[in-house]
Design a protein around this ligand. Structure first.
Ligand SMILES: Cc1ncc(COP(=O)(O)OP(=O)(O)O)c(N)n1
Ligand SMILES: Cc1ncsc1CCOP(=O)(O)O
Length: 160
C-alpha cells in the first residue's frame, strides 16, 4: 500500500487497506516511497487502526523507526536495507520480519537472520522501483523450494 499511488486512483490509503481486507488480504504492507516521516507515521497509525480492528497484521516497508513508533506488527527489508538480524534485535522476537530475496543465498541468509517470510521477486515488471531486476518464475521456484519456508511472490504494477 502506498498513499501516493492510491491518491492517483482517487482513494485514501485507509480506503485501500479496507478494500484489501474486504478482498481477503491476510497481511498488509505499508510501502511509502516518497512520504515525509511525519506523513508516513500518520499513514501507518491510520492503517494500523483498521488492521487491528480486523486482526490483520501490518508491516512497514524499510522503516524500522516507523514500525517501532506505531507498534506495527513488523517490517519488510530489502537486500540493501537494515539486515534482518539487526531488525530482529531492534524489534524483538514477536514481530514479523520479511526480507526481499532473489537467490537461494539471500533466502538462506534471511532464514539464518531470523526472517519470518521472504519476498521473492519481482516476477513481472513494476515501475515502483528502479534498478530492480525481474526474476523468472523458474528462478523463484529454485529460491523458494530450496528453502521450503513461507514466501510471497510479487506480480508487479505498471502505473502510468
Ligand atoms: C513482500 C515484498 N517483497 C519484496 C519487496 C521489495 O522490497 P525492496 O527490494 O526492499 O524494495 P522496496 O520495496 O524497498 O522498494 C517488498 N517491498 N515487499
Ligand atoms: C520492488 C518490489 N519488488 C518486488 S515487490 C516490490 C514492491 C512493490 O511491487 P509493486 O510495484 O508490484 O506493488
Amino acid at each position: 500500500m502506498d498513499s501516493g499511488m492510491n491518491k492517483k486512483w482517487g482513494r485514501s490509503i485507509t480506503d485501500a487497506v479496507k478494500a484489501a481486507i474486504e478482498g481477503s488480504a491476510t497481511i498488509i504492507q505499508l510501502r511509502e516511497k516518497d512520504a515525509d516521516t511525519g506523513d508516513f507515521l500518520e499513514a501507518a497509525r491510520a492503517c494500523l487502526k483498521i488492521c487491528r480492528l480486523h486482526g490483520v497484521p501490518l508491516v512497514v516497508n524499510d522503516r524500522i523507526d516507523i514500525a517501532l513508533a506505531c507498534d506495527a506488527d513488523g517490517v519488510h527489508e530489502g537486500q540493501s536495507d537494515m539486515p534482518a538480524h539487526v531488525a530482529r534485535t531492534l524489534l524483538g522476537p514477536e514481530k514479523i520480519i520479511g526480507v526481499s530475496c532473489k537467490t537461494q543465498q539471500h533466502a538462506q541468509q534471511a532464514w539464518r537472520d531470523g526472517a519470518n517470510y521472504i519476498g521473492c521477486g519481482r516476477v513481472y515488471p513494476t515501475n515502483t522501483k528502479a534498478n530492480n531486476f525481474t526474476i523468472a518464475l523458474f528462478d523463484r521456484e529454485c529460491v523458494t523450494t530450496e528453502t521450503k519456508r513461507l514466501h510471497t511472490v510479487q506480480t508487479g504494477r505498471n502505473e502510468q
